[in-house]
Unconditional design. Structure first.
Length: 285
């Protein structure tokens, strides 16, 4: 193991870190209370200092390479045959399963709804930002546009991740926890992104006094359809406990010892909370 990889392994062993907190966040680091306990944030900041000026593709490529190297190092430490894992993952049978899951997701109506919303939301944001030099947008409108643009891509990505996860690992008898699993976590993050996006859309519709048949309202309605689909397909998503975010004792400073997919105590009230805020949106719209 080289010196740089050893440093990353040492960072990952810091007991103050919250395992997997970065998997179920909204990636708005400037608004996050857990940046000092997030391994990804630490590595991002370190990389910015050590390698300034890299573009996004370079960052993603290095991140993937580092993840593979860390996984290999961990396997070596735990006595697991990494090369056998690699061969199994790239076998013809595994690739066929992946293609089948990809095809199923691509045909899924929920995937199509999310993709349609992302495209429409980006078109709106791009169009209004192009007009920005000629208009003095109120601060609330600027923030709403930033929120819609930020969550537009994340929403479709999280919807697809939940669909892929269930297609690949959601069958019965596979030893996966029925609540604390990645497809539920991804669906929950998607629903929370919808919550933030709805508020932003409502701001735009109010300020712009959009008529009932406005195209903006139809795009906003796509969020309701996606949210209904997620609630129906992933009924346990509201009870998924996001590391740190849904754990008051961890948020207060306690150490976290559980992996993302290890069962937690049921977070009572989260489902009721989602229903309550959903009812509020329905009354306002």
């Amino acid at each position: 193991m080289d010196a740089e990889l050893e440093r990353y392994v040492a960072q990952a062993d810091d007991p103050r870190l919250i395992p997997g907190v970065y998997n179920y966040c909204h990636r708005r680091c400037e608004q996050c209370p857990f940046t000092d306990r997030c391994l990804v944030f630490r590595q991002m900041r370190e990389d910015e200092v050590r390698r300034p000026g890299r573009d996004v593709l370079e960052q993603v490529g290095e991140g993937v390479t580092r993840t593979i190297d860390l996984l290999q190092a961990w396997c070596e430490r735990e006595g697991i045959d990494f090369e056998q894992l690699r061969e199994d993952a790239t076998s013809e049978a595994a690739q066929a399963e992946t293609r089948a899951a990809d095809d199923a997701v691509d045909r899924d109506p929920l995937h199509e709804l999310a993709a349609s919303y992302t495209s429409a939301a980006f078109d709106l944001v791009t169009g209004l930002e192009a007009l920005a030099p000629f208009h003095e947008w109120p601060a609330a409108v600027r923030e709403a546009l930033a929120t819609i643009g930020w969550y537009a891509g994340m929403l479709s990505a999280k919807v697809d991740r939940s669909l892929h996860g269930f297609a690949e690992g959601g069958g019965p008898g596979l030893g996966v926890d029925p609540i604390q699993n990645d497809w539920n976590g991804s669906a929950k993050v998607a629903r929370l992104a919808i919550a933030e996006s709805r508020k932003a859309w409502d701001t735009l519709l109010l300020v712009g006094q959009a008529p009932p048949d406005a195209r903006l309202r139809k795009t906003r309605e796509l969020l309701d359809r996606i949210d209904d689909g997620l609630a129906s397909r992933f009924p346990n998503a509201a009870n998924f406990v996001r590391p740190g975010f849904d754990e008051p004792e961890i948020a207060a400073g306690a150490l976290s010892t559980l992996a993302c997919d290890e069962p937690r105590r049921t977070a009572r009230g989260l489902r009721a909370w989602l229903h309550r805020i959903a009812g509020g949106w329905q009354r306002r719209s």
